[in-house]
Design a protein around this ligand. Sequence first.
Ligand SMILES: C[S@@+](CC[C@H](N)C(=O)[O-])C[C@H]1O[C@@H](n2cnc3c(N)ncnc32)[C@H](O)[C@@H]1O
Length: 229
Amino acid sequence: MKKILLLILLPILAFAESTVSYVTFNDVYDKNLAQDAITRNEHPGFYFDFLVLHCLIRKYSPTSCFEIGTCDGSGTQVIKNAIREGTVYSLELAPEQQREYRLTKERIGSACRLPYIQLFGDSLSYNYAQNYPIDSWFIDGAHDYRHVSYESKQALKSRPKLIVWHDTDIPDVFNAIVDVFKDNKEYKLIRVSDTRVTYAISKIVVPGTTIFKKAAMHQANGAGVKEDK
Ligand SMILES: C[S@@+](CC[C@H](N)C(=O)[O-])C[C@H]1O[C@@H](n2cnc3c(N)ncnc32)[C@H](O)[C@@H]1O
């Protein structure tokens, strides 16, 4: 009997301890946040994926965003429109480094009509610190475990408020993210389950969490909100 009870309880306990929360598009979408969003329709589901990206940027108001994987710049345009005056960096393999997409210099970023900073290089060797401060990320480069794991760890080094990943319906992409955040207590990891998006939000900007409360007290005592001790 005890054994049966354990067999039933263990998966439930494991789920309860999971580092990921699950929400749906409707939980993130907000009519006011979505105002003047640039929408995309090139692939099924892109409309919802990129509206989620827009709403998250509008909700958390980062002042900069680093995109990994420019391609033709359609996503870059969504980000720049959402972030308004904020700075957008977008990294793409240089034409001579191109593998799968075989993008020419003319094609890279060509669909983005808004101002942003184009960077060329390999996400596995790029020196991200040269573009600090970076307080949000859109990770949408190579969709394999190694790249996503490395890029996510690099993103965390900038102590951003927001990280958004695309194509997290791909098991290798999602597993890499979950593994990177396994022991991380500073961020809430959220999978928007009816889209391809997963995002991480710093608990400092999520009202009601312990870190937020500590930061608020710190601020009330006359200090900035920057450090969470
Ligand atoms: C899915 S596409 C990006 C789509 C774009 N973010 C959008 O929203 O339209 C992936 C891009 O990542 C680029 N990429 C792949 N590996 C990369 C790497 N190691 N460093 C930088 N860019 C990379 C590819 O060349 C490709 O253009």
